[in-house]
Design a protein around this ligand. Sequence first.
Ligand code: DC
Length: 219
Amino acid sequence: MNIPIIAIDGPSASGKGTIAERVAERLGFHVLDSGALYRLTALYAMRKGVALTDEAAVAALAASLPAEFRQGEVWLAGENVGQAIRAEEVGEGASKVAALPAVREALLARQRAYAQAPGLVADGRDMGTVVFPQAQIKVFLTASPEARAERRYKQLIEKGNSANLPDLVRDMRARDERDTRRAVAPLKPAPDAVVLDSTAMNIDQVVEAVLECYRASRN
Ligand code: DC
């Protein structure tokens, strides 16, 4: 079956998650937040006291992740971890476990199972390159590190967390570096991806641009 897939890849805090959700809502499609799977794997390993460098042990946890996405929330072994997986240290941990080939392999089948009718919007780093190379639409969504750090800063402050903008810019660059340089499934646009730089665009404009690509692909 030829399920329509819209792959949205890009660096941390480029707005992929929000865009993927809105596009999926407009089209009535399913949505896959693949980063959440890496975050869940890191959180699960941290909670189980498994070292994030122990590739075989972390991959075994990833393969048997007792995770569920329900009502816009994320559950791990029956606990709502929607907030916990967004913590900066879990993001850091996710970036580390995501560099391990056995972990990526363990999460592959789980991600592909999301491709169901009437369609899927999948966001991550390697949706268009590795997980869904057959995707009809591939968008590589980016923005300057400063713009992304500022968005993250606003989110954190709005949620009542403390945040430091220069630290966030530095962390953003470090994570980009790690995600782009890793040997396996590095962050890079698929050769057939449309690159969208959202530095000077608002959410609605990006959603429209993605929907326009989708419409154009169907003509
Ligand atoms: O998108 P995010 O910030 O929730 O992703 C968390 C980490 O997981 C990030 O450091 C990169 C990694 N990741 C990945 O390697 N491949 C994906 N498809 C999604 C996320």
